[in-house]
Design a protein around this ligand. Structure first.
Ligand SMILES: Nc1ncnc2c1ncn2[C@@H]1O[C@H](COP(=O)(O)OP(=O)(O)OP(=O)(O)O)[C@@H](O)[C@H]1O
Ligand SMILES: [Mg+2]
Length: 341
């Protein structure tokens, strides 16, 4: 299911004043993919997701599901519509007094599903999330990762056409985060589900999302393919997020540090190799073709769901004209060249 947002606005007023949490957001969220929404704390992510998932109505603007306006539905239609929306949260929101299976059954009971259908669906969902032997376990005895698996099973039990994940992995350690993201990716592909993933972690975007919107101060500052945004970040917020991802040793994919630096000095040029270009011996060709020398200062590969991006931070020395020609050659070969100002 695709979602279109048209100039959404939402202002909250409290005793301390009023704050416009969502300030004119327009977005097209394509169907059948994992779409990320990233922003710092307080950027307005949760507020935006409450509007998109029809939990709250915007002060201004419109929400369309598959081209049909849904922000102004009647109460009865809204209840129907919301039954096809799945949500998972950072703190799982499970009933601790119920077993895993009873938690998954809960939304089905609300929809007055027949008991034998519930039983079947619950077993199917437990299997889907890899916990078929834990159905009778009280939720309080499960680990954080298992709790999130049960929350995913509960969200999918109603067979939603869209799944919202609001910081679904923020309470989990890197390994568990990785396995939950893999599960969501698997399920997305298997069910052709549309997933909107809210996060403040660039690692989550890198490891799970195909497209992303960057939110800051209630506004979309950047949006597009994750591969493009990682290779050509435009906004300061995005650059800031990306600089933390390489410096943060506790990144989701710990075993793959994104940049290895073997010299603190130099590094005037940042070269980014996308997809197939990562396998080409471009640098050695460069020094054969032109009268230049290069000195690599740092390098690494980022693995994205769609493509890999290789990064080399390097100096290129030689006569000005030769260096210029070499840079032009790199660009012609499909490599993105950024020059330090
Ligand atoms: N119900 C509310 N009443 C008053 N202010 C609110 C309400 N909901 C959100 N806000 C304010 O709107 C702004 C955006 O909040 P929001 O929860 O959407 O941010 P967020 O991006 O989800 O942050 P986090 O990453 O910390 O979850 C904040 O300044 C917050 O205090
Ligand atoms: Mg939030």
């Amino acid at each position: 299911m695709n979602i279109t947002l048209e100039n959404l606005k939402k202002t909250y007023t409290s005793s301390t004043g009023s704050i416009t949490a969502v300030n004119g957001v327009s977005l097209d969220i394509p169907e059948n993919m994992i779409y990320g929404i990233i922003g710092r704390s307080g950027a307005g992510k949760s507020s935006l997701v409450r509007l998109i998932s029809l939990l709250e109505t915007p002060d201004e603007g419109k929400v369309f599901y598959n081209g049909e306006r849904v922000d102004n539905l009647s109460k009865a239609d809204l209840i129907q519509r919301r039954r096809k929306i799945g949500m998972i949260f950072q703190n799982f929101n499970l009933f601790s007094s119920r077993t895993a299976a009873q938690n998954i059954a809960y939304p089905l009971e609300i929809c007055k599903t027949r008991p034998n259908v519930i039983k079947e669906r619950v077993a199917e969902m437990l299997k889907l999330v890899g916990l078929e032997d834990r159905g009778s376990a009280p939720v309080s005895t499960l680990s954080g990762g298992q709790k999130q698996r049960i929350a995913i099973a509960r969200a999918l039990a109603i067979q939603p056409d869209i799944l919202f994940c609001d910081e679904a992995t923020s309470a989990l350690d890197p390994q568990t985060t990785h396995s939950i993201l893999n599960l969501i990716r698997e399920i997305q592909a298997k069910m052709s589900l549309s997933v909107v993933m809210i996060t403040h972690q660039m690692e989550v975007v890198r490891d799970a999302c195909e497209q992303v919107a960057v939110l800051d101060n209630g506004k979309v500052v950047e949006q597009g393919l994750v591969t493009d945004i990682f290779s050509h970040p435009k906004s300061e917020v995005t650059k800031d997020f990306l600089s933390h991802i390489s410096a943060d040793a506790s990144a989701v994919q710990q075993e793959k540090p994104s940049l290895l630096r073997w010299s603190e000095d130099g590094g005037k040029y940042t070269l980014r190799f996308i997809g197939s270009a990562t396998g080409e011996p471009v640098m050695s060709r460069l020094s054969k073709k032109f009268d230049i020398e290069y000195n690599i200062r740092a390098g690494g590969i980022q693995h994205l769901p769609a493509e890999d991006i290789g990064t080399l931070i390097t100096d290129i020395s030689g006569e000005e004209g030769e260096v210029k020609k070499a840079l032009a050659y790199l660009k012609e070969s499909g490599i993105i060249v950024e020059e330090e100002a």
